[in-house]
Design a protein around this ligand. Structure first.
Ligand code: ADP
Length: 476
């Protein structure tokens, strides 16, 4: 299988050279991916620039039909594409199928958004004049996506971009060209004019700057790491280019004495270890009050040890491998750092399985405090730390003691504390008695502080990024 670039409505005949390896079994090569050149990126930008006015002039019905068709095909093929996703990224098959279904639902939602147009018609403060406030497409949007949700994140950028009348260039993460290829292949058969969707596969450090620095690209939506995001924000700022960033998290889950222990353990197990902890909304800091601490930790360790770690496609598996050797090394090195800083590491061993892959046991680090590196830096693996605190006030202070602000959770049966936490947790998303990860597709997604920059993604709020507001005055 070759994962090729799709530019101006054509699949390019370039030599696919980069091996795409299954993290559950490194002897399983899914295929080879193209490495786009600067010229390829230039052609993709030119194609998008040419196509943007055509697409912007389409009717809501034409846009609806394209997005609805893509959504239907994703939903119909969720098992097949979920298998591809799990084979490529390493999350369990159930998670892979769920993610493809999510991508399909996102396209369906934004198909509906094509028809649900909003605008205002107002009387002017001056006599005889009418005022119209409408939304216009931004133009050409560059989309830079990470490997951890290889279909859902491209979907939640492409679908609103198209619904609001823009042309796009997708630059997916190097590790997951297969999912991007599959998604764009579906879109290529929906009747989209050539050049409205372009796929450029290759190295982010080379292709990303081309996309960002080119004046023909009007806006950049990025999901990925903090250092890359900061660099993109600076480059876009210098060019006054619209930019939207979703970056890391160090999401706290507060567990209070009055929590339902079963609910708290379930939420933390899911939030910390599902998808191998490779979610920016993962619960990586468990902030637990004194009265429940020992019972909670004992119950969580028992459940953590029972998690079945294995090949992503094995139906018994509950946690797949890390995505690659570099990520696995990073996870293990953070356990060493946590131990050196005085934490007690439980689990976290490197594991051998029937096939050679990047397997490790989930890990909990107890006896930590908020200043330790394990509580300040994002690991992006199946690693959670426990911070013991005296009471709710101390828990809230620790929860907010971070440069990040994506998601924050609390497990409590107290309405008073839940209400206070929703108001005072410094995060874009707050969860009560639910894991910090796991969000709906029809409501806004995003964070505060160092986690996000720019307007929100998803739901009706996506219009903020993918359109510009136009105010027109008419003398009757
Ligand atoms: P991760 O550590 O999760 O791989 P990155 O931020 O490096 O996170 O990658 C997220 C996305 O950003 C990927 O598509 C990657 O190719 C791209 N990328 C990496 N470096 C740059 C850069 N300098 N400019 C633009 N995009 C980049």
């Amino acid at each position: 299988m070759e994962f090729r670039n799709y530019i101006g409505g054509e699949w390019l005949e370039t030599t696919a050279i980069t091996a795409n390896v299954n993290p559950s079994d490194i002897s399983d090569v899914l295929g080879h991916a193209a490495q786009a050149t600067d010229e390829d990126m230039d052609r993709a930008i030119a194609a998008a620039r040419d196509a943007a006015p055509l697409w912007a002039a389409t009717t809501p019905q034409q846009r609806f039909d394209v997005l609805d068709a893509a959504g239907s095909e994703l939903l119909a093929r969720k098992e097949e594409l979920g298998r591809l996703l799990s084979r490529e990224e390493g999350k369990t098959l159930a998670e892979g199928i769920g993610e493809v279904a999510r991508a399909g639902q996102i396209f369906k939602f934004f198909a509906g958004e094509c028809l649900r147009q909003r605008g205002d018609h107002l009387a002017s403060v001056r006599p005889g004049i009418g005022v119209d406030v409408t939304r216009a497409p931004v133009g050409v949007v560059g989309l830079i996506t990470p490997w951890n949700f290889p279909i859902a994140i491209p979907a939640w950028k492409i679908a609103p971009a198209l619904a609001h009348g823009n042309a796009v260039i997708l630059k997916p993460a190097e590790l997951v060209p297969g999912c991007a290829h599959a998604l764009v292949e579906i879109l290529s058969r929906t009747g989209l004019p050539a050049g409205v969707v372009n796929l450029v596969i290759g190295r982010g450090s080379e292709l990303g700057p081309r996309l960002i620095e080119d004046a023909r690209v009007n806006a950049i939506s990025f999901t990925g790491s903090v250092p890359t995001g900061r660099g993109i924000a600076a480059a876009c700022g210098a060019r006054l280019k619209k930019v939207q960033l979703e970056m890391g998290g160090k999401n706290p889950m507060v567990v209070l004495d009055d929590a339902d222990l079963g609910v708290a353990v379930k939420a933390c197990l899911n939030g910390a270890f599902y998808s191998t902890g490779q979610r920016c909304t993962a619960s990586s800091r468990l902030v637990v009050t004194e009265g429940i601490h020992d019972r909670f930790v004992a119950a969580l360790i028992e459940r953590m040890h029972a998690l079945k770690v294995g090949h992503a496609l094995d139906p018994e598996t509950q946690m797949g491998p890390a995505v690659d050797a570099r990520q696995l090394d990073q996870n293990l090195s953070y356990l060493d750092i946590a131990a050196a800083d005085g934490g007690e590491v439980i689990g976290g061993e490197r594991l051998g399985r029937a096939t050679e892959g990047f397997y490790m046991a989930p890990a909990l680090v107890t006896g930590t405090d908020a200043a330790m590196r394990i509580n300040r830096e994002e690991v992006f693996g199946p690693v959670a730390s426990v911070i013991r605190v005296k009471d709710y006030d101390a828990a809230l202070a620790v929860a907010n003691d971070t440069e990040f602000g994506l998601s924050a959770g609390i497990c409590t049966t107290s309405l008073k504390h839940a209400t206070h936490f929703k108001a005072h947790a410094q995060a874009g998303m707050v969860m009560v008695n639910l894991p910090t990860a796991g969000v709906d597709y029809h409501v806004p997604f995003g964070g505060t502080k160092g986690s996000s920059f720019g307007s929100r993604e998803q739901g009706t709020y996506a219009a903020e990024f993918y359109t510009t507001v136009k105010t027109a005055y008419t003398l009757a």
